[in-house]
Design a protein around this ligand. Structure first.
Ligand code: GDP
Length: 217
């Protein structure tokens, strides 16, 4: 199976529309409120221990940080939502950019939304869904830190999140799975979802063959 973001490398950073990479390579965006575990997810998918922490360095928290996979696909790390430490005007400018990026960026093929499995669907997560879902493009929710839950709590967390998403957004373009960066739970499922976005026809056949029987486990 292909690992879409193994060995991805830092490409560039964008604070406004004109700084976004040109070239049209497909992009997968990763979002999540601070401390949800997004950097750990990105590092787990890239198999690099410090990659996503670039997005934390001063001056880059209100930027979209791009990483390039060996296939040419781009990973767009959307940091900073949930950070209260910046002036209101900066925060507003960032939100306007983020909203436009999610709604209008042509190269964007899907959004991975990282949530702490114990505190899913915060107001900020819902804001991201509200901006992105009107595009009709898919969202894959990772309920991370699943290792902190017992097996029955995990099942319930996944069930509850799926039910809430179906109720509030309609299930069509959003799916969800359990994940743990520390235990590497759900990495294959996440990669299969991303592969399907990057090469829809090619991966439909291989997903059939390779999909594990227990989602997210
Ligand atoms: P970010 O702010 O969303 O990028 O979050 P980080 O990836 O930096 O993670 C925030 C905290 O949660 C850190 O202390 C991580 O070590 C911890 N963390 C992240 N993922 C996991 C996980 O899967 N399991 C556990 N137990 N802790 C995690």
């Amino acid at each position: 199976m292909k690992h879409p973001f193994h060995d991805a490398e830092f490409l560039t950073t964008a604070a406004d529309w004109r700084q976004l990479p040109s070239g049209g390579a497909p992009e997968v965006a990763f979002a999540g409120r601070s401390n949800a575990g997004k950097s750990s997810v990105i590092n787990a998918l890239a198999q690099r221990s410090r990659l996503a922490y670039i997005s934390r360095t001063p001056g880059r928290t209100q930027h979209i940080n791009f990483f390039r996979a060996t296939s040419g696909a781009l990973l767009a790390d959307l940091p900073g939502y949930g950070y209260a430490k910046v002036p209101a005007a900066v925060q507003r400018r960032w939100q306007v950019f983020l909203a436009r990026y999610l709604a209008e960026r042509k190269a964007l093929v899907g959004l991975v939304l990282v949530m702490d499995a114990r505190h899913p669907l915060t107001d900020l997560d819902r804001q991201m869904l509200d901006w992105f879902l009107p595009t009709g493009r898919p969202v894959h929710v990772l309920l991370t830190k699943a290792d902190k839950l017992s097996p029955s709590e995990r099942r319930r967390a996944l069930q509850d999140a799926c039910r809430t998403i179906a109720r509030d957004y309609g299930a069509a373009t959003v799916d969800a799975q359990l994940f743990s960066a520390t235990r590497r739970l759900g990495v294959t499922d996440a990669e299969l979802a991303i592969n399907a976005w990057l090469a829809p026809r090619e991966s439909a056949a291989s997903a059939e063959k390779e999909r594990p029987r227990h989602q997210g486990e």
